[in-house]
Design a protein around this ligand. Structure first.
Ligand code: BT5
Length: 260
């Protein structure tokens, strides 16, 4: 596949009128840049992200020109109690875009990893900013890293995969547009009928029913079957509901320690 750099006009066209796209050939972390200038509709894209952030102090590594790494600022328009559903909704949106554009059907690992056959295709990092001014609402920075055209030796860990490795040839620009469209669509559904997004999430969630081990802050380990994803977006393991923010790692039993 041709490896051409992202191009600003094409990206803006693919994104459509609801988004203001800022493309950088190279940036440390698009989440940091988007949070620093947070306004609804801004999308910061890096063709080469050099210090991508994961959850906690983990990192997200992608070579130049082969992945999608971007951060979209959205006003979720949700009451605080529904904010924990946002990461799940973003995962549903990314999976939908991947299905539509690449014909690949991912599975979702709670809370918001997008996997193919157990290997990670995309990571999502959500951050809350603001409210920027008195009386205004808090905004969400939705950071998405999606492995598109990497070969096996361009992936940072053996638990990763890319669309190319999964046999799909996809233009990054078209995929970018599809992710933003799916994001808008899923957020609209979340506002109107959160239960529908949860139902779609549960259908695709490979964590449900699996034997898992959850590492909580402070080192406590919780083992058992992931019995449910509850109405607050928490995973229920051995009768205990755990929120995404309280989990250091969730692993399937028997998986390698490298898997987050
Ligand atoms: C995540 O963290 O999965 C969230 C990643 C979010 C990245 C996007 S890119 C655009 C935006 N700007 C940023 O700075 N970040 C966001 P976490 O669940 O903590 O997973 C991180 C772990 O995934 C690492 O410790 C590695 O094991 C693995 N990993 C790193 N790079 C990867 C890649 N390209 N593909 C698959 N796995 C990767």
């Amino acid at each position: 596949m041709r490896r051409s750099p992202l191009e600003p006009v094409a990206l803006a066209d693919a994104a459509g009128p609801s988004w203001t796209v800022r493309l950088l050939a190279e940036a440390a972390s698009t989440n940091v840049l988007a949070a620093a200038d947070a306004r609804p509709g801004l999308v910061v894209v890096a063709d080469h992200q050099t210090a991508g952030r994961g959850r906690l102090d983990r990192s997200w590594e992608t070579p130049a020109g082969v992945a999608l790494t971007f951060s979209a600022v959205v006003d979720p328009g949700l009451p605080d109690a529904r904010w924990p559903l946002l990461p799940l909704a973003v995962a549903v949106a990314v999976a939908q875009a991947v299905r539509r554009s690449a014909g690949v059907s991912p599975e979702l690992k709670w809370p918001n990893d997008v996997l193919v056959d157990g290997r990670k295709l995309a990571g999502i990092l959500l951050e809350r900013v603001g409210p920027p001014a008195r009386g205004s609402r808090p905004l969400a920075v939705v950071g998405i890293g999606l492995n598109v055209d990497q070969t096996a030796d361009e992936l940072p860990v053996p638990t990763a995969t890319s669309l190319r490795i999964e046999g799909a040839t996809v233009e990054r620009t078209a995929l970018f547009g599809a992710v933003l469209a799916a994001l808008e669509e899923t957020l609209a559904v979340l506002r109107a009928d959160a239960e529908r997004v949860l139902a779609s999430y549960r259908e695709q969630c490979s964590t449900l029913g699996a034997a898992v081990e959850v590492q909580l802050p402070g080192g406590e380990l919780l083992s058992g079957t992931a019995e449910a994803i509850d109405g607050h977006g928490r995973v229920v393991v051995a009768g205990r509901a755990v929120a995404a923010g309280d989990v250091v790692h969730l692993r399937r039993h028997g998986r390698s320690p490298g898997e987050d």
